[in-house]
Design a protein around this ligand. Structure first.
Ligand code: 3UK
Length: 517
């Protein structure tokens, strides 16, 4: 991949499309009949860039906090920051003042653009932060709102001439395993991810309509629901509340064709998806379904295939790498494997000393490619990147055909009586039982075995907890995978702790367990 020395990703993804005479193509849709063409998005972004530079005093390199549910104005603000040469720091909508303070301080944020509906926590945070000087709210009809300021400016803006290696965004990790870390990405990185996984694996067309749940503040959502459709001139549907029932209804409504969400959301949508016949093989609009964020259980892949007729595209990505680096398209999917390395990247399974292990051996996943981890002022950089290899913290093995098989997070591996057991494998087995809706598996301390496997199970409607059901689930796992992996303890619960991005928080289950012990 070659990029010119001067590169601005907003110019490439947005302005060039209008210059090429494709400004009238549909770009963004939202509930309530909102339909923006590429030219509309450009006009909004240009006006916001004017407000940032001329009213709010932004200079290139300033960091701009973005806070909003997924909607067209958030997309316009993101491009405005790129155009003005700023650095976008998009934040998850559910964050509280305390978490915002940490981000504002750590990223030395000077400006903020936020949706009016999420003003409260930001106002509370702003009062405690010294670096934050200028805040404007959008989707706000008042005379002080961003829209009123936009009206006072023309819809033209000369994009700042940025270097390909200028930082354009700071993405915070979701903190599944600890405090959120900020990762830096360049204008070049944004273009690089558009040229890799979407081009080689997703292979969508300009007529596709993208839809999904991940927030644009999560790089899975930023790529899947904004950058990738725009890089091919397709359109995207931005939903503020993409709960499984909302999402499954929005798909036929917008005749959406490409879906991005997490495994737990696919499980929650399956029954209704079948009823509404949303899959193209059943006469609906949907033709491609992408799963990322956590391991895709073979049982979920099968459930979705039955519900829609669609073979899912699994892919592992990370905030540090910006997007997906191991994946398989629908024709090459293998149940139980994430896929093969995405063209442009290299992947290798390593031992503790950083030496490649032979096929079939479990080790640490390491990847290398056009994007990579750059933590902002964080000593963990040396743990993530060694010899140019990025260590994602995942335990994998590669088979003889180059398919990568996920085992667990390296710190989630359960060691019981000398056996290594990956929690996701046990979860996958449990999910194949008709009574199980959701489950989470951890290792709990045990005098005799070191650790034992414990499962937390959420039952489907119509099933009741009982000792008999515990034994039935245990027997079921013993018959599905190696018997020594069966959960010696099972606890029924109403729900499981998850991040805003749909990731199971096994560390929380472990903490609860410790607190009780
Ligand atoms: C886990 C997966 C198995 C894995 C992400 C796509 O999830 C994303 O970024 P995060 O920084 O987390 C990264 C970690 O999540 N994971 C993600 N996808 C899979 N495990 N199978 C998968 N398909 O532990 C990884 O290290 O929140 C995903 C695109 C962009 C992203 N940021």
């Amino acid at each position: 991949l070659q990029f010119p020395e001067r590169l601005n990703c907003a110019t490439e993804l947005l302005d060039r499309r209008v210059e090429r005479g494709e400004g009238e193509r549909l770009c963004i849709q939202a509930p309530g009949g909102v339909r923006w063409t590429y030219r509309d998005l450009q006009a909004h972004a240009n006006r916001i860039a004017r407000v940032l530079v001329e009213d709010m005093g932004l200079v290139p390199g300033n960091r701009v906090l973005l806070r909003s549910p997924n909607n067209p104005m958030l997309a316009a603000c993101w491009f405005a920051v790129m155009k003005a040469g700023g650095i976008a720091v998009a934040t998850m909508p559910l964050l509280r003042a305390k978490e915002l303070v940490h981000i504002i301080d750590k990223a030395e944020i000077s400006h903020a653009l936020a949706d009016r509906t999420l003003a409260d926590e930001l106002q509370a945070a702003a009062a405690q932060c010294k670096t934050l000087r200028e805040v404007r709210y959008f989707n706000d009809p008042s005379p002080e709102g961003l829209e009123a300021a936009m009206e006072r400016h023309p819809a033209a803006f000369d994009n700042v001439d940025t270097a390909a290696t200028d930082t354009c965004m700071l993405a915070f990790t979701s903190g599944t395993t600890g405090t959120p870390k900020a990762t830096m990405h360049f204008h070049r990185d944004v273009m690089a991810v558009c040229a890799c996984w979407p081009r080689h694996v997703l292979r969508a067309s300009p007529d596709d309509v993208f839809i999904g749940s991940p927030p644009l503040a999560f790089t899975f959502g930023l790529g899947g629901l904004l950058l990738f459709p725009m890089s091919i001139g397709a359109s995207t549907v931005l939903l503020e509340k993409a709960t499984p029932p909302n999402l499954v209804q929005a798909i036929p409504e917008f005749r959406a064709t490409v879906l991005f969400t997490a495994p737990t959301s696919y499980r929650a949508m399956a029954a209704q998806a079948a009823e509404l016949r949303i899959g193209a093989p059943h006469g609906g609009s949907l033709r491609k379904c992408v799963s990322a964020g956590e391991a895709l259980p073979a049982a979920t892949r099968q459930l979705w295939k039955q519900a829609t007729g669609i073979e899912m595209i699994d892919g592992i990505g990370s905030t540090e790498m910006l997007h997906i680096f191991i994946s398989a398209d629908e024709a090459h999917a293998r149940p139980g494997a994430t896929g093969t390395v995405v063209p442009g990247y290299r992947a290798c399974v390593m031992d503790e000393e950083g030496r490649p292990v032979p096929p079939g051996t479990v080790g640490r996943l390491a990847v290398k490619g056009p994007t990579g981890c750059r933590y902002l002022a964080d000593e963990r950089q040396r743990q993530y990147v060694k010899d140019g290899w990025n260590y994602t913290g995942d335990a994998y093995y590669m088979d003889e055909d180059g398919y990568f098989h996920y085992q667990s997070r390296t710190d989630d591996l359960i060691v019981s009586a000398g056996y290594n057991i990956g929690a996701p494998e046990v979860e996958d087995a449990l999910l194949q039982h008709p009574a199980v809706a959701e489950c989470g598996v951890i290792g709990v301390p045990d005098e005799e075995r070191g650790q034992i496997v414990k499962a937390f199970v959420v039952l489907r409607a119509g099933h009741e907890p009982s000792d008999a059901l515990v034994r039935e689930l245990q027997d079921f796992v013993k018959q599905t995978i190696a018997p020594y992996k069966y959960p010696r303890a099972i606890e029924f619960r109403a729900s499981l702790p998850r991040t805003e991005t749909g990731k199971l928080q096994r560390f929380r289950l472990r903490q609860e367990q410790q607190a009780r012990a």
